[in-house]
Design a protein around this ligand. Structure first.
Ligand SMILES: *Cc1c(COP(=O)(O)O)cnc(C)c1O
Length: 450
């Protein structure tokens, strides 16, 4: 029998997160404030605890994981790494396919890896409540879980279209004690302004962020938490890649290609960044971030300073963007619909160190179903993007006869996304190419800085 499961001991949960900033070929561009000048860290204190602001800009390569965080991580970490031998056979590829499974967390995805430390540092700073947003519900449920673990109240602005489509994600958040509202709400200026323009506004991640940031900025005991994009989020997610490196040692193997799906970029960066040092030292590794063709941030977006939210309350960061007023096409089922991308990941893509690729919706579901039939696990629609690319690379190996080692992160399970599988089986999902016009249009609306 070929060995297929690579496990670590509880004691092997990483003790430090890996910060990629000191190892970047060029220093990251600073975030800008409303005046178009580099923002002072103090300006962020209204919505983030100091410890996270320090991590956001830290020059330190290794940052210690607090013991209280490792104790909660131990509820599901170390996460398993598996070899997908049945999928390899089904494809008839000489390639070896490995995946890191992050669906074992209580919320079903990688997101608690950062929700837990974010709750911890906010609690340490004396904060009572977290206001946050959620699209498909994954982040909201992770934050609800984390708030419960550290005794913080959690208030979630959930994108209205998802609030209707994913009722059980809401039930999960409520089970862990969070309050959930369909965004846009009439509780914030940002929400009221959006509803005044269009009472049927289906909501967007950018708009829900505006609502949560506004609540955090106007209440002293409330902070904001973001589930992706920011440097400290990517930092926390490096537990994925750090564990995987040890697991590859146990497997006596090493990846030639590392793949992850990209919304804001956190699960992919968390997987890929710990391998970057090896690449810099001369290892021949390809790192591929995969996004939907309907939200082609890295593959077709502008590399420019832009805001993280619709109401432009956040600092501007230099990143790939489709424009902060991007409204995702509602036909798309996945949760990778954010207009921007992590600044660190964007920079590495821009510098040609990391590759970006987009895939069409139907092809991702086809890959997800094939994976489920071979390996059993039903993947989240987001994760199906990574699986699509992994299968495509395995098929390239089938053509060339190369025995490459392909590694991807299975960022979550799809148990709460079966409605989108139903739509796929019923033939109701479509491919969608984000229009060139809209991409051009975004250019004229990017912020103009001095
Ligand atoms: C949120 C989410 C993503 C996308 O977020 P990233 O920050 O890009 O990782 C991907 N997969 C799953 C399962 C998610 O919940």
């Amino acid at each position: 029998m070929t060995k297929t499961t690579f496990l670590l001991e509880e004691s092997e949960i990483p003790t430090h997160w890996y910060n990629v900033i000191p190892d970047l070929p060029t220093p990251p561009a600073p975030p800008l404030g409303p005046d178009g000048k580099p923002i002072s860290p103090d300006a962020l204190l209204a919505i983030f605890p100091e410890a996270l602001i320090q991590q956001e800009m830290s020059p330190q390569r290794w940052i210690e994981i607090p013991e209280a965080v490792r104790e909660i991580y131990a509820l599901w970490r170390p996460a398993p790494m598996k070899r997908a031998v049945r999928l390899e056979k089904m494809l008839g590829t000489p390639a070896k396919i490995y995946y890191k499974y992050e669906g074992v967390s209580p919320a079903g995805s990688h997101k608690p890896n950062t929700a837990i430390p974010q709750a911890y540092y906010n609690k340490q700073a004396g904060i009572k409540r977290i206001a946050t947003e959620t699209g498909a519900g994954q982040w909201g449920s992770s934050m609800a879980l984390a708030g419960q673990m550290f005794g913080l109240d959690v208030r979630v602005y959930m994108v209205k279209v998802s609030y209707g489509q994913k009722p059980f994600r809401r039930s999960m958040m409520e089970t862990w004690g969070a309050e959930v509202f369909a965004s846009p709400t009439n509780m914030t200026n940002a929400g009221r302004a959006a509803l005044a323009l269009d009472p049927n506004n289906p909501g967007s991640l950018g708009l829900a962020i505006s609502e949560a940031v506004e609540e955090a900025a106007t209440n002293a005991d409330t902070n904001y938490a973001l589930g992706s994009v920011l440097n400290h989020v990517l930092l926390h997610q490096t537990v994925i890649g750090l564990e995987s490196k040890k697991q590859f040692e146990k497997a006596g193997d090493y990846p030639d290609i590392i793949i992850g799906c990209c919304g804001g970029g956190s699960n992919f960066a968390g997987t890929a960044f710990p391998f970057l040092a090896d690449k810099a030292a001369g290892k021949d590794i390809r790192l591929i971030g995969v996004e939907p063709a309907s939200c082609p941030t890295m593959t077709r977006g502008h590399y420019a300073y832009d805001y993280g939210d619709t109401a432009n309350l956040t600092p501007q960061t230099l990143m790939y963007t489709l424009g902060s007023n991007f409204m995702p096409p509602s036909i798309h089922a996945g949760g990778l619909r954010y207009h921007g991308e992590s600044a660190l990941l964007s920079q590495l893509v821009h510098e040609g160190i990391i590759e970006a690729r987009s895939v069409q919706q139907l092809a991702t579901f086809e890959a997800g179903v094939q994976f489920a039939k071979a390996e059993g696990i039903i993947p989240a629609p987001e994760s199906c993007h990574a699986i699509r690319a992994a299968i495509d690379e395995a098929l390239v190996c089938k053509e060339s006869g190369e025995e490459k080692t392909i590694f991807f992160t299975l960022s979550g399970h799809g148990h709460f996304d079966m409605a989108s599988y139903d739509k796929y089986f019923a033939g109701e999902l479509e491919d969608y190419e984000y229009p060139e016009e809209a991409i051009k249009d975004a250019l004229s609306r990017l912020p103009k800085n001095p």
